[in-house]
Design a protein around this ligand. Structure first.
Ligand code: HEC
Length: 205
């Protein structure tokens, strides 16, 4: 009698564990196994991937999310941050950078709002130069200073001059973007997921 009770108890434990595993691991796994990228979504290029690594290193994710929410979940749609994101938007994001904090705006479609590389370079050098009163920290270590030369000299040196407004630039100096700044900006201006997802992103259907 005791053995029967013990085995029923044991089977109950097994069934509970199995249901938990099936509900939390197996079924969601099956649901997301087949997600394909939208045909308009391109894999990142090398420079964009290097920029992405800098985005991670500099901790941009602590203030910026990369997930646009549907109507009814916050004001993303009213703010014009782009259509709600879908799983197929993230297939090339390893690891994904969804983020949980929004001290600054969502960046999933920043390139649609702000495609200018120069704007991003100036903003990273000193956010207050483009956005008065911004509380975003500056990233001066992504830039270096050089003397004032003619355009041809910078071209010969392969240097990208950042058009920082005079009052934000050190006196008598010119601000040059490092490779890291250029990589990061290449990544930022690639963040545009406003393409149509009418073609099936999720081929569960
Ligand atoms: C301490 C929080 C904080 C951190 C860290 C931070 N940001 Fe920001 N960011 C903000 C805030 C606040 C704004 C809005 C004001 C502004 O435009 O500067 C902003 C704005 C932006 C914008 C413009 C968004 C728009 O919709 O116009 C971009 C692009 C951006 N940040 C990129 C970055 C990148 C790249 C990093 C990492 C190198 C970073 N941010 C780190 C707070 C932050």
């Amino acid at each position: 009698m005791m053995y029967i009770r013990a085995s029923i108890f044991f089977l109950g434990v097994l069934a509970t564990l199995f249901l938990g595993w099936a509900g939390l691991t197996m079924i969601p796994g099956l649901q997301i196994r087949e997600i394909k990228p939208a045909s308009a979504l391109k894999p990142y290029k090398d420079q964009q991937l290097r920029g992405r690594a800098i985005y991670i290193r500099e901790g941009c994710i602590y203030c910026h999310s990369q997930q646009t929410r549907p109507e009814g979940f916050g004001a993303d749609q009213k703010r014009g941050w782009g259509r709600p994101s879908v799983p197929g938007d993230y297939v090339y994001d390893k690891p994904h950078l969804l983020g949980t904090m929004r001290t600054g705006p969502d960046l999933f479609n920043i390139a649609a709002r702000q495609p200018s590389e120069d704007w991003h370079l100036i903003h990273l050098y000193d956010p207050r130069a483009t956005s008065p009163g911004s509380i975003m920290p500056p990233y001066p270590w992504l830039f270096k200073e050089d003397e004032v030369f003619s355009k041809e000299v910078y071209a010969a040196k392969g240097e990208r001059v950042v058009p920082v407004p005079e009052e934000f630039a050190p006196e008598g100096k010119v601000i040059i973007a490092t490779h890291e700044a250029l990589d990061l900006v290449a990544y930022l201006v690639s963040l545009n997921h406003t393409y149509s997802i009418e073609q099936k992103v999720n081929n569960n259907e």
